[in-house]
Write a protein that binds this ligand. Structure first.
Ligand SMILES: C[S@@+](CC[C@H](N)C(=O)[O-])C[C@H]1O[C@@H](n2cnc3c(N)ncnc32)[C@H](O)[C@@H]1O
Length: 381
């Protein structure tokens, strides 16, 4: 590893979900990133190779980490093609590798994002064909390299994705036919809540267990990428194996072997509990999370310093017979059975949350995919 390589500073962008930008910026500050700027569903920052590795391994609210290759002005698709072709692509993609173009386009000039991506793809392919009479192939599912095109009006930024697969692919979740919450959203909600100084953490409608698992990982300092086998940067020419392993070792030394917070989950569905159990085992957290099949409605748990974060059905992907009644019952249950608890409810049904019948002390707008959601805090006395 040359000094040059460790001291080289990269221009980076971490993408996230709407509403989690500030949380992500605080995470970046904590790992030592600098020049942090909050953007729309993203945070830009600067850092060296170590920061690239740390951000991929540790950040809980980042979808991926993009490393800028070049930024230029292009008013036409032809200009976009020409400027892209000027990049020395050998530095980023090998002939025998596969690649894909992802895009984020906010532009009236380049209004057709798929067409803009095609221009970038053509430029890369033509670069290689002209140079070597051979070209790397496109693979949309499991590419070796992900190239990202960002266009805002006529300003185009081309980056390479240092994460590879999105960072919410933590490596503990089974595929399910339930409506599981994205891991980044779950982690973000916990980080937005006041989880310090609690005895109990409870998700009463835990589904596949995402909130419980992300909570345990936060309380125990388990890196978000702990179970992932691969990251995009491992295929980069400047990949520094020693540096990567020293960063991993350092983070793993911080993992707590024991925690005093009791983490519990329930769900009315037998199937959900089975899936949650599998995910909890995959995450290696069987000794730290207790789950059981139970109807939350009319349950009681009067313990001080307890925190609920839950994501009830909201009648969009999961049909509930009478969604307003369910939310009214949730409100009654927390009011009568959870004295002195703080309760956070995440829901995409803005009508049904009114039936909870309690006044939230905090409201945050978040998005679950395209669904606008509310994250509400209720303080129960
Ligand atoms: C939107 S899902 C939760 C998804 C979960 N956050 C995850 O990541 O998989 C809502 C869950 O509420 C559960 N549920 C519905 N009514 C319930 C009740 N009365 N008591 C307990 N769980 C209930 C459903 O079985 C479902 O698993």
């Amino acid at each position: 590893m040359s000094d040059n390589q460790t001291t080289k500073v990269f221009e980076l962008t971490a993408k996230t979900f709407h509403g989690l930008e500030k949380t992500l910026a605080s995470e970046l500050k904590k790992i030592g990133a600098h020049d942090i700027i909050i953007l729309k569903r993203a945070v830009s920052f600067k850092g060296d190779l170590a920061i690239i590795y740390k951000s991929n391994y540790l950040l809980r609210t980042a979808i991926n980490i993009l490393q800028k290759i070049v930024k230029f002005k292009a008013e036409t698709p032809e200009q976009l093609y020409e400027e892209t072709k000027k990049i020395k692509w050998d530095n980023y993609i090998k002939l025998n590798e596969t690649f894909v173009i992802d895009n984020t386009v906010y532009s009236t000039i380049h209004s057709h994002s798929h067409f803009a991506s095609l221009k970038v793809k053509d430029a890369i392919v033509d670069y290689f064909n002209e140079m070597y009479e051979k070209r790397p192939s496109v693979d949309t599912k499991t590419p070796d390299k992900r190239i990202h095109l960002h266009i805002k009006e006529d300003m185009c930024t081309i980056s390479i994705d240092t994460s590879g697969d999105a960072l919410f692919k933590r490596g503990y979740r089974q595929e399910t036919d339930l409506a599981p919450l994205n891991e980044i959203l779950a982690a973000g909600m916990i980080m937005l809540s006041d989880y310090k100084n609690i005895d109990y953490f409870y998700d009463p409608m835990c589904g596949s267990g995402t909130i419980l698992i992300e909570a345990a990982r936060i309380f125990m300092n388990i890196p978000s990428g702990y179970l992932r086998k691969n990251f995009g940067f491992q295929k980069f020419p400047d990949y520094d194996y020693k540096l990567w392993h020293s960063i991993k070792r350092e983070a793993e030394r911080e993992i707590k072997k024991e925690i005093s917070i009791k983490i519990i989950g329930t769900d009315i569905s037998e199937k959900a509990i089975e899936i949650a159990q599998k995910n909890i085992s995959n995450a290696g957290l069987r000794h730290f999370i207790n789950i059981q099949k139970k109807d939350f409605i009319n349950s009681r748990f009067e313990n001080k310093k307890g925190l609920i974060i839950t994501n009830p059905p909201y009648d969009i992907r999961i049909k509930s017979e009478n969604i307003n009644l369910l939310y009214k019952q949730i409100g009654d249950t927390i009011k009568h059975g959870f004295k002195d608890w703080n309760v956070y409810i995440f829901s995409g049904n803005t009508e049904a949350v009114k039936s909870i019948g309690l006044k939230p002390t905090l409201k945050t707008q978040l998005f679950n995919g395209k669904i606008e959601c509310k994250f509400l805090k209720f303080e129960i006395y």
